[in-house]
Design a protein around this ligand. Structure first.
Ligand SMILES: [Zn+2]
Length: 471
């Protein structure tokens, strides 16, 4: 099925270098090489046209044409489904043990290998056909009676915690304490639990189900694992279910778009006294930031935010610095507002440089053959946005499972693995693996098993409803 190619609204121009020179009293700006386009950095194969991209904020939303494989009402009276639900009731202890085993294997950003090896073994032990792809995702395949369509259920393996973090699990009564115990120990344990429940009860799924443990969901991992999965399965993907954390209180049906950029200014530097008058990158940056903060207007809706999260530069108090840089995180419910904020920021910093150059003394070090200030932009990460189509059968499946299980949940917007399929028009949701938790991304993270059984059943019914079951 071909999709329409619509180019993204505006791209961060990765590696664009701009230089300011002083000719007498005139300031000249020259834009040099545009090394590559940011979006291509972010989504290598997808953007190169291997298959095509739908507009991420298409009015009808992702997956308007998706049909569920089975209704939850029909599923819950099927004997094998009943036995799978029953298996989950009786085996939550096995799932908790898996959660502890997994959590105690460190998985810092870009170092998921050891945890991946464990999950590969665990999925193979369930009788799935298992492989590891080139970016490090572990993929277990459960063939359906039709392999033309695929349901991907995935949980991220990486944590935000650096190497050397103590990840041993401490039990206190019903609570489990450890960094990563819920995010994403709970999601990974649910992945194994649901796969085993299906195998134990000999359920024959109609659509092929891919059980994946993916890499690079957190921070600068920039969703590289899910990007690869979506790229590999392409148009065969009917729906994606991302398991993230524990909570059963909400369903993520909207993807929060974000972009992270670095803007660096470099200059000739010099002595604070003898070179006074040479352009100063810190001064230029300060002028630019101030201009940006005074002029930027953010809409209340779609909610749009920015954060100048890091600033660095300079080397000593009596040297004119040769570098200043900021890192900025921009988020919005609408991707085009991210582009708008980014270009306003670039324009403001540019104006700040211009102002600094104009203020710099011609007797300083800026001359035609020696650049005054150079500005360079770097894309640190980009997450596409998107929305699940209103009335999507995928959301209906979760709601039906909730009704059957007596659970109440609401829809939410968040940044998860579901961002990538959603932005490509593939129906996707992110849900928790069950239980209660708090303190994600902190060393005090804890997990409570109360409610785990219900959460696991919710995942199973949603998955089976998407995949369909052979009688
Ligand atoms: Zn997570």
């Amino acid at each position: 099925m071909a999709r329409d190619l619509t180019p993204p609204v505006s791209l961060t121009v990765e590696g664009l270098i701009e230089r300011w020179y002083l000719f007498g009293k005139r300031v000249l700006r020259i834009a040099a090489t545009a090394a590559s386009i940011g979006m291509i950095f972010a989504m290598p194969k997808i953007a190169s046209g291997k298959y095509q991209i739908v507009p991420s904020n298409s009015p009808q939303g992702a997956g308007a044409t998706f049909q569920a494989g089975a209704s939850v009402t029909d599923l819950v009276v099927d004997d094998r489904v009943k036995s799978a639900l029953d298996w989950l009731t009786k085996n939550t202890a096995w799932i908790t043990n898996e959660q502890i085993e997994i959590t105690e294997i460190p998985a810092p950003p870009f170092k998921e290998m050891e945890r991946a090896a464990y999950l590969k073994k665990a999925l193979a032990a369930l009788g799935l056909r298992v492989r590891t792809d080139e970016v490090g995702n572990v993929i277990g395949e459960l063939s359906g009676t039709s392999d033309k369509e695929i349901i991907l259920i995935t949980a991220h393996m990486d944590t935000v915690f650096p190497e050397g973090t103590d990840v041993r699990v401490r039990r206190e009564r019903d609570l489990l304490y450890a960094p990563g115990i819920s995010d994403n120990g709970a999601g990974l344990a649910a992945l194994l639990g649901v796969a085993r429940a299906m195998q134990e009860s000999k359920i024959r799924n109609r659509r092929t189900v891919i059980f994946a443990a993916d890499v690079g969901e957190e921070g600068e991992g920039n969703l590289r694992g899910i990007r690869k999965l979506v790229e590999q399965y392409g148009t065969k993907l009917s729906a994606v279910i991302a398991l993230d954390g524990a909570s059963t209180e909400y369903v993520v049906t909207q993807a929060l778009a974000s972009r992270r950029i670095e803007i660096a200014l470099t200059g000739p530097g010099g002595h604070s006294w003898s070179d006074f008058g040479a352009p100063n990158p810190i001064d230029a940056m300060a002028r630019g930031i101030s201009r940006f903060l005074k002029t930027i207007e953010l809409p209340g809706s779609p909610r749009t935010t920015f954060n100048i999260g890091e600033i660095e530069g300079g080397g000593s108090v009596n040297s004119i610095p040769s570098r200043a840089a900021i890192k900025v995180d921009i988020r919005s419910e609408q991707e085009r507002d991210i582009s708008r904020v980014e270009s306003a920021l670039r324009d403001a910093i540019r104006a700040g440089v211009q102002e600094e150059m104009a203020a710099s003394n011609t007797s300083g070090m800026a001359t035609a053959d020696r650049p005054g200030i150079e500005m360079q932009l770097r894309l640190l990460g980009a997450r596409p946005g998107g929305d699940l189509a209103a009335g999507s059968p995928l959301l209906q499946s979760v709601m039906d499972a909730d009704r059957f299980l007596g659970n109440r949940s609401r829809t939410e917007r968040s940044s998860t693995d579901a961002n990538v399929p959603m932005s490509e028009g593939i129906p996707a949701i992110s849900i928790g693996g069950g239980g209660n938790a708090s303190g994600a991304h902190t060393l005090g993270e804890w997990y409570d098993r109360a409610g785990r059984e219900m959460g696991l059943k919710r995942v199973l019914l949603t998955l089976l409803s998407a995949a369909g079951v052979e009688k």
